[in-house]
Design a protein around this ligand. Structure first.
Ligand code: MN
Length: 247
């Protein structure tokens, strides 16, 4: 079934009711990447999304959890053949997580090498305060013909965005990012053909409540404004970009 909308980074299993969140995305025909933060969460996501037309679970190991869960990379490795989609993975060099940065790099290198040797994976990648390191590692350990990278909530510089484009990366954009003037200027560096939408729910909130699962409406409207296109036009190109990414 063809989706109407795309939410390429959502934590459906962190909403109070995963089944209900999946149903919401199906009812609104949103192609949703249900990322996980630990590989232990993946089997339940896989099981509950089995009958979904629009939700695809991703196998993840979040950089913010690496300090306590680095050893789960072996579970990640065991489950890897069961998923084409990988995420949330990446690096986080913000002050709270900087202590584990070296561990994070080891884990991310392992993830990239595993994906490179498996081939055909699509990754949703976190890069808080670490865009340069993330891009260095993607370049070193994941050949463009062995896997595809979608940078989620990218906050790097304009030149880092250009470098990411040159490396073949896509970008998933959420409504919170679009409140920052920085994102508007980043959008000048990113070809429209590399843009996807995401909610990053339930972490992104609207009026003090988590965004409803799959609700990318405000993102599409803000992207439309930033790019001087209609919301429908943006929605159409995002759907097209998703099918190109997955082809
Ligand atoms: Mn996330």
């Amino acid at each position: 079934m063809r989706p109407r909308f795309v939410d390429f980074h959502a934590h459906l299993d962190l909403y109070p009711d995963l089944e209900n969140a999946i149903r919401t995305c199906d009812d609104s025909e949103v192609a949703t990447l249900a990322v996980t933060t630990t590989p232990r969460a993946f089997p339940r996501n896989l099981e509950l999304a089995r009958k979904s037309s629009f939700v695809r679970p991703a196998l993840g190991l979040h950089p913010q959890l690496v300090a306590e869960r680095a050893s789960e990379v072996s579970i990640f490795e065991d489950l890897l053949p069961q998923s084409r989609y990988i995420g949330e993975v990446g690096l986080d060099a913000s002050p709270r997580f900087y202590r584990s940065f070296e561990r994070q790099k080891e884990v991310f290198e392992r993830v990239l090498r595993l994906c490179d040797s498996a081939g055909g994976k699509v990754l949703s990648v976190h890069s808080v305060r670490s865009a340069k390191h993330v891009l260095d590692m993607v370049e070193a350990f994941l050949s463009p013909d062995r896997g595809r990278v979608v940078l989620h909530w990218f906050t790097g510089s304009a030149s880092e965005a250009r470098r990411a484009v040159d490396l073949g990366c896509y970008f998933s954009i959420n409504e919170r990012m679009l409140l920052s003037p920085r994102t508007t200027s980043l959008l000048r560096e990113i070809p429209q053909a590399r843009l996807l939408t995401e909610t990053d729910g339930p972490f992104v909130e609207r009026d003090g409540l988590p965004v409803p699962p799959g609700d990318v409406g405000p993102t599409l409207s803000a992207l439309g404004k930033a790019l001087s296109k209609s919301q429908a036009e943006i929605a159409r190109s995002v759907r097209q970009n998703l099918s190109t990414l997955l082809a």
